[in-house]
Design a protein around this ligand. Structure first.
Ligand code: NDP
Length: 487
């Protein structure tokens, strides 16, 4: 496999904070370098926000809750939100380019998934917010009860690095739809598209102070989550960070929405359509370098088809081209950062120590260029193996055989995670029976990552708190006042 480089046509950017409608630098003058994980080259500098910047951002957001934004008619707000989506599509190439440089993901994937779906988040909520209904009850001739929706207030949006713009906009669009103002912090390793997004929002007509962006490290996020004048936190990231945020938010009793880690099972029964299984399992294992919270990294295959599955799966995975994110043939790009690459490599080493059988991969590539890891398929590990139980978040999957539905269900649920699962069977009754018993927020049957933004998205157990999507997002980003009118 060769690593080739293509000239970039879009300049990279230095990332400043955006507070009260202005790009500003940190008072401390502190910055860090943004590194391209595919080349190890410096892409630019990023400001490190401290308590002072977070405080200014929260003050601007608080002020903006009133005034123009607070009294804007729903139709106008919806038009602005739609316009943000339109402008994202107009700048799709530029945004995809920056996302690919920041994350190491193939640029075709950034275009098709990250940026296109980011625009769709705004288009979806621009429409959805205009059709939201409130409860009302007539109590005989005694009273009428009805509810009034209000913004929650100032919301902190804290995001990870794997789908930077997509996940940020998945929170920002409904937050704006609900009439809130926000302080956003993207991951330190993927700051660029959020910085362009605020420019787009201004152009779309979002009033100053409604959207604020503070860059920085974990401490910057902590300053947001512990700020006494922030009303709610919507967070996507690691389960351990979720714990820290919950503690920080406790003294001021903030409303919380958490989308956390996962260790998602794919359960493949012998009657499944193996062509579909192979095609989709390749994606659910290795797309975005396995850096998707929904990736199915524990694969359970019924014993009758175990050998055939492995032969075909390994054969297909061997053909995935690893390398330059700007090569249209590339299927697996670079891991997002040196730190994360080292984490994934350490799990590969654990699997080796645990006696795993590597049917494919297990090696790093192009070390002099960037942070690349081969698609890796491991068998022979026990159900107690750390690689079977812990979230690796890389192009590494384990495959285990099973005999009965009962046996595999026990293994599937034997985890503190509960994000998603994929079930493969042509037996409709089994599909319904089995799916209902899986302890996960989302179960796909004979597919994976098929989304409809109206459906509840999120995890149970240690994979999250609450749901996003459709009415679930509107419920999180609004508060209800019930009014009782005595007749
Ligand atoms: P992290 O939890 O490390 O970071 C997420 C964000 O939180 C970053 O912006 C980070 O800042 C910030 N942060 C870190 N520490 C704190 C703190 N104490 N208080 C407030 N904010 C803090 O997650 P990753 O970026 O590593 O993302 C990968 C994880 O995200 C995986 O576990 C994955 O499963 C999960 N995820 C879940 C999804 C879901 O829908 N359930 C979807 C996508 C990912 P900084 O980067 O500066 O450290």
């Amino acid at each position: 496999m060769q690593l080739t480089r293509h000239n970039s046509k879009v300049k990279t950017i230095d990332c400043s904070h955006y507070i009260n409608g202005e790009f500003v630098q940190s008072k401390s003058g502190e910055t860090f370098e943004n590194i391209n994980p595919a080349t190890k080259a410096v892409l630019g500098t990023v400001q490190i926000g401290g308590k002072e910047e977070v405080d200014l951002a929260v003050k601007a957001a608080r002020k903006a809750l009133k005034g123009e934004w607070g009294s804007m008619p729903l139709k106008k707000r919806s038009q602005i939100i739609r316009k943000i989506g339109d402008l994202i599509l107009e700048r799709l190439d530029e945004l995809a380019h920056l996302e690919s440089l920041d994350t190491g993901k193939p640029i075709w994937l950034a275009k098709k998934v990250d940026i296109d779906r980011a625009a769709n988040n705004f288009h979806f909520f621009a429409d959805y917010m205009t059709t939201t209904t409130n409860e009302s009850y007539q109590q005989d001739d005694i009273a009428i009860h009805y509810s009034v929706r209000k913004p929650v207030g100032v919301v902190g949006l804290i995001n990870p690095w794997n789908l930077p713009l997509l996940l940020l906009t998945w929170k920002l669009a409904p937050a704006l739809a609900g009439g809130n103002t926000v302080v956003m912090k993207p991951s330190e390793v993927t700051p660029m598209t959020a910085t362009v997004l605020v420019e787009i929002c201004k152009e779309a007509g979002v009033p100053d102070g409604v959207i604020n962006l503070v860059h920085g490290l974990g401490e910057t996020g902590a300053a947001i989550t512990s700020h006494e004048d922030v009303d709610a936190i919507a967070f996507t990231g690691e389960t351990t960070t979720g714990t820290a945020i919950m503690k920080a938010a406790a003294p001021t009793l903030k409303k919380l929405s958490f989308e956390l880690g996962g260790k998602n099972p794919n359960i493949i029964f012998a009657d499944a359509d193996l062509d579909d299984v192979i095609e989709t399992t390749l994606k659910s294992s290795f797309i975005n370098q396995g850096e998707v919270c929904l990736c199915g990294s524990r694969i359970y295959v019924q014993r009758q088809i175990y050998d055939e599955f492995l032969d075909r799966f390994v054969d297909a995975a061997k053909k995935l081209k690893v390398g330059d994110p700007f090569d249209p043939e590339t299927k697996v790009g670079a891991m997002v950062s040196e730190e994360h690459y080292n984490k994934v490599v350490s799990y590969i080493n654990i699997a080796k120590e645990e006696g795993g059988n590597f049917l494919l991969g297990g090696k790093t590539l192009f070390e002099d260029k960037g942070f690349y890891i081969e698609p890796t398929i491991i068998t022979g590990l026990g159900t107690d193996s750390r690689c079977v139980r812990e979230e690796i978040f890389g192009p590494v999957v384990t495959v285990l055989p099973f005999d009965t539905e009962e046996e595999v269900l026990e293994q599937v649920n034997d985890t503190h995670y509960g994000l998603s699962a994929s079930v493969w069977t042509t037996d409709v009754k089994r599909a319904a029976r089995f799916s209902a018993q899986i302890e996960a927020g989302m179960v796909w049957v004979n597919t994976w990552f098929l989304r409809d933004l109206r459906t509840p998205f999120g995890g149970m157990k240690h994979s999250g708190i609450g749901r996003e999507g459709g009415t679930h997002s509107i419920d999180f980003y609004t508060e209800l006042t019930n009014v009782t009118l005595k007749l």
